[in-house]
Design a protein around this ligand. Structure first.
Ligand SMILES: CC(C)(COP(=O)(O)OP(=O)(O)OC[C@H]1O[C@@H](n2cnc3c(N)ncnc32)[C@H](O)[C@@H]1OP(=O)(O)O)[C@@H](O)C(=O)NCCC(=O)NCCS
Length: 431
């Protein structure tokens, strides 16, 4: 499908601290990227980052932004053009300490998949590298004739052809998708806390900050930059474009209460940008007067709430499957991931009926992944590799469940050291 003749310019709204943007809509097969950014006066602007794949020339249209690069800072003048190559030498941040607004345009070829690294925050995020599969269904009159298999096959082929290495989904029936190479890659905890008995620990600092309600316009202005900040450092968060924020407004529709009355609270999203904010959000949620129960959607198993509460048993959590992941292109997916150490491990992927080229031995070394003839440290099937990929499960755990095999002494530990992540993957949104 083409979009020739359509308006392909998209307003992104405010996406950071005093930063607004608009850009060319991203369409598979169109590598051209173009965006116009506006920095408000006295804005800290765009954080220090670099792209692993994309190179970005920048032209200042208006104002005098301050550019930070690895060799220091300088003020750019109107009509000046600077160029950021891929990799750490092209790291840059733009701020606007002046009283005038700043506008600049960036045009280039968008690499997909691309990885963005934020050296100040120590975070890395791969964007555009993931297909989200949703609303899978076959008419009751046509089931069990192989239609799902045909759809899954066509869709995964399409994903791979478009240069996307990973597909994800939420499964309403977890026994369906393993046959297509999807593996369970994250878990969710669903606590239902009784307000009377679920309080935070008494040794915690007393209340800090203030809680306030936001109207729609304030929410649109304030929440996306905060979400963006948290998403950048959390594996599994989905990008939320402007349309998401416009459409997914908070309301109290009967059908979304899932039978809960007005004395129950259902928490859809509760994120703090740091430990103190997280603590105060949960203190608020657990102390709302007259509320009987606080039911929460997927939290990761390492969420701070577990240790913040005085009595973990009172959370009465239920465990469920989270994201399912399919590595459509194992080599590209392994190459797009960052690794916790410079160490080396070879991983053998035993088979992939759909993409036989995925079944090979992949050596990860110095942060890179390539095919090799090395003796593997670990042997896995596709599903097991998907379980380890986001850091949701250790190879050691997967081997104990007989889905992976350590083929040399210490092999599982070596692979675990490489794939280690600072936190468990967390996808807070079912799609
Ligand atoms: C689930 C659904 C999409 C399957 O479609 P389908 O065209 O009947 O599936 P296929 O005939 O291609 O079957 C493919 C395989 O999945 C298996 N399968 C189908 N439905 C299944 C189910 N609900 N649970 C477990 N396995 C299932 C089939 O037995 C078959 O197995 P095989 O490859 O070992 O022979 C269809 O039943 C449906 O629309 N269900 C209601 C909506 C739904 O549950 N969607 C899933 C959302 S996550």
């Amino acid at each position: 499908m083409t979009d020739y003749g359509d308006n392909i310019w998209a307003d992104l709204g405010e996406i950071g601290d005093g930063v607004r943007g608009s850009r060319l809509r991203r369409t598979p097969g169109r590598p051209l990227a173009a965006a116009v950014w506006e920095l408000d006066p006295s804005s800290s602007g765009v954080p220090y980052h670099f792209h692993h794949g994309t190179e970005e020339p920048l032209l200042v249209l208006k104002g005098r932004p301050v550019l930070r690069m690895p060799d220091g800072e300088r003020t750019l003048e109107e009509a000046e053009v600077v160029h950021f190559p891929p990799g750490s030498t092209g790291a840059h941040a733009l701020s606007n300490p002046t009283d005038e607004s700043v506008r600049y345009v960036m045009v280039g070829a968008h690499a997909s998949p691309d990885i963005v690294e934020y050296p100040d925050e120590g975070t890395v995020c791969g964007r555009d590298a993931c297909a989200g599969v949703t609303v899978v269904g076959v008419l009751p009159s046509h089931r069990r004739r192989g239609l799902l298999t045909r759809m899954m096959t066509a869709q995964l082929r399409d994903v791979r052809e478009r240069g996307v290495s990973i597909a994800t989904l939420w499964a309403s029936e977890e026994t369906i998708y393993g046959r297509y190479g999807y593996g369970l890659s994250s878990l969710g905890l669903l606590p239902t806390a009784k307000r009377q008995t679920s309080q935070l620990r008494s040794d915690l600092p007393s209340r800090e900050g203030a809680i306030r309600m936001l109207d729609h316009d304030d929410a649109l202005r304030l929440l996306p930059p905060l979400y963006e900040k948290i998403a950048r450092r959390t594996v599994g968060f989905l990008a939320r474009p402007r349309d998401w924020w416009e459409l997914r407004t908070l309301d109290d529709r009967e059908e979304r209460r899932r039978g809960a009355g007005s004395l129950n609270v259902i928490v859809h999203d509760a994120f703090g940008v740091d430990a103190r904010a997280t603590r105060e959000i949960w203190r608020f949620l657990l102390e709302i007067d007259w509320v009987d129960e606080v039911e929460t959607r997927e939290l990761p198993l390492d969420h701070p709430l577990i240790l913040l509460t005085a009595r973990v048993n009172e959370l009465r959590g239920r465990l469920r499957d989270g994201l399912w992941l399919r590595l459509a292109d194992v080599g590209a997916a392994l190459a797009a991931r960052s690794y916790a150490s410079e160490g080396r491990a070879a991983i053998e992927v035993t088979s992939d009926p759909l993409f036989p080229e995925n079944a090979d031995t992949w050596t990860i070394e110095g942060g890179l992944a390539r095919r090799s003839r090395r003796r593997p440290a670990v042997r896995v099937d596709l599903q097991a590799l998907a379980s380890a990929f986001l850091g949701g499960f250790l190879f050691r755990q997967i081997a104990a469940a007989e889905r992976a095999e350590g083929t040399v002494r210490g092999g599982l530990a070596r692979a675990d050291a490489l794939f280690a992540t600072p936190a468990l993957p967390w996808c807070p949104e079912i799609f």
